[in-house]
Design a protein around this ligand. Structure first.
Ligand code: 6LW
Length: 499
């Protein structure tokens, strides 16, 4: 995202559980995707701060099928991305019944990725892959446990053995990554759970399978019990920068709006410096400003603000709830338009037809031109099926709908002339001081009049679309949906706004 400049978070928006891999001057990074399809977004960078999405590892039904009853925040968890033996390896967990851990490989991380090799003998989330000098492949999972595997077949050798699980009493030892760095094997893990108590701990051994000696300074990173603007820091992966210095990518959140704070963009990817003291990694500040990096910056292409739906395939940033069969979501039915066909009612329904992109900026604006002549649908800010705000059109009416937990209400309606109409959403952080909302941000929803003026129909408190209210592991996604019949969208604009 070159418009964010060299700043943390380096990949803003719902991009948790980052795993990173370096090949010469190129860096690749993968994140979790939960109930969205395609799964596991993949990014490329040459400087660790400018990242461009190049694809999604699980982008066809032969790799990923998320059934209609898969709950929000289930689905695809916590990948590890590595390069070994001339190819990229990605191991990840599908937490559905019958899913489990799976490996896909590719020679080009932009894809195509292989069909999955499944690992029925390796239970547990957050799988990691590491190879030792003789080619033995170690798979380590949350808990923390480890087993030798054949990554080409998924076969396991020997029992799953407990390795090192943090200090006694550490909650949720998870997100393991195992590395050979100079004379030691390092086991980096997350502790404390992915909420405010989150942290990173490390142990080392002369062997990949331990016994592990814990770092006396554990946790080597945590923001628990601080008022740092970035909270929940943990789930890290180590990497060397172009100048040879060490860094980690990790997840963190930005609670806003006072105490206790609400974070609305999900868990985002941050970058933090690492130095080595007495053979232990020491983590520096998770600084917001990264403009003083001692290596050349290589900004990627500017993101296009408008998507005209002129190409056959949607750009990789577009994600749909659970699946995207062409029958329900296509750019081919009406060329130059995205056509959505309702399957199972509104955004609240398990089979909702919604496709969108992650909200990546604290303040932003999205617009779409919708033709509702054959159905009902519109533009929504979605956290999950129980938490979303939407502006939709049908016939000669637009309306704003709010769903917060068990409550669903039509907040406003307005007549419009027959024909296509521009719907819009603006997210403003912080909320205007004189306004009625005191949460982290406000979400304004409305439509454009025929003379081009924008009419706001409702201004809603953003806290209700936050993880602190809704729970879960995802973040906001802004996109289009069909709730009844067939709905066509000519274009979709997403634009960051200055606070
Ligand atoms: C993931 C676990 C975690 O599997 O949250 O922050 C879970 N860490 O490691 C879902 O992202």
């Amino acid at each position: 995202m070159s418009d964010t400049g060299p700043a943390n978070p380096v990949i803003p928006g719902f991009h948790p559980d980052p795993s990173i891999c370096r090949i010469g001057g190129d860096y690749y990074l993968a994140c979790s995707s939960f109930e969205y399809f395609p799964g596991v977004p993949l990014f490329h960078s040459r400087d660790l701060v400018h990242w461009t999405q190049i694809g999604n590892a699980l982008d066809r039904p032969s790799q990923l099928r998320l059934p209609a009853d898969v709950p929000s925040s289930a689905g695809i968890y916590a990948p590890t991305l590595r390069h070994h033996d001339g190819r990229f390896w990605l191991i990840v967990t599908d937490v559905q019944e019958g899913g489990g851990n799976l490996i896909v490989t590719a020679t080009d991380p932009a894809g195509p990725w292989s069909d999955p090799v499944r690992l029925p003998g390796v239970p547990g989330i957050d799988p990691d892959l590491a190879w030792d000098e003789d080619g033995t492949c170690w798979c380590t999972v949350a808990g923390v446990s480890q087993v030798r595997i054949d990554p080409y077949t998924g076969k396991t050798y020997g029992p799953l053995r407990k390795t090192w699980s943090g200090a006694p009493g550490d909650k949720a030892p998870e997100a393991p990554h195992l590395y050979r760095i100079s004379d030691y094997w390092y086991l980096l893990i997350a502790v404390g759970g992915t909420e405010r108590g989150h942290g990173v701990a490390v142990a080392r051994s002369r062997r990949p399978d331990g016994p592990f000696e814990p770092c006396p300074a554990n946790p080597i990173l945590t923001h628990r019990s601080t008022d740092h603007p970035v909270q929940n820091t943990g789930h890290a992966d180590l990497v060397q920068a172009p100048d040879g210095s060490w860094w980690m990518v990790l997840l963190g959140v930005r609670p806003r709006g006072g105490t206790p704070g609400w974070h609305v963009l999900g868990r985002e990817t941050f970058l933090a410096p690492v130095t080595w003291v007495d053979g232990w990694p020491v983590v520096g500040e998770v600084a917001v400003d990264l403009s003083d990096l001692p290596w050349p910056l290589v900004p990627g292409p500017d993101e296009e603000r408008r998507d005209d739906f002129d190409e056959n395939a949607l750009r990789p940033a577009w994600i749909s709830v659970r699946d995207r069969p062409a029958e329900y979501c296509t750019t081919e039915e009406r060329p130059g338009w995205l056509t959505l066909r309702a399957r199972d009612g509104d955004l609240d329904a398990p089979g909702a037809v919604f496709t969108g992109r992650r909200q990546q900026h604290l303040s932003c604006r999205a617009r779409t031109l919708v033709d509702p002549s054959e159905g009902r649908g519109g533009l929504a800010v979605r956290l999950d099926e129980r938490h979303h705000y939407a502006v939709e059109a049908s016939g000669t009416e637009v309306r704003v709908v709010a769903r917060v937990g068990p409550l669903r209400t039509v907040v406003a309606t307005h007549p419009v002339p027959d024909g296509p109409v521009v719907l819009g959403v603006t997210v403003t952080d912080p909320p205007p001081p004189q306004g009625p909302c005191t949460g982290p941000d406000v979400v304004s929803l409305g439509f454009e009049q025929p003379d081009g003026t924008f009419t706001v129909l409702a201004t809603l408190d953003g806290r209700y679309l936050s993880t602190e209210v809704a729970g879960g592991f995802t973040g906001r996604v802004i996109g289009v949906y069909a709730a009844a019949g067939t709905v066509h969208f000519d274009w979709f604009d997403y634009e960051p706004l200055k606070p």
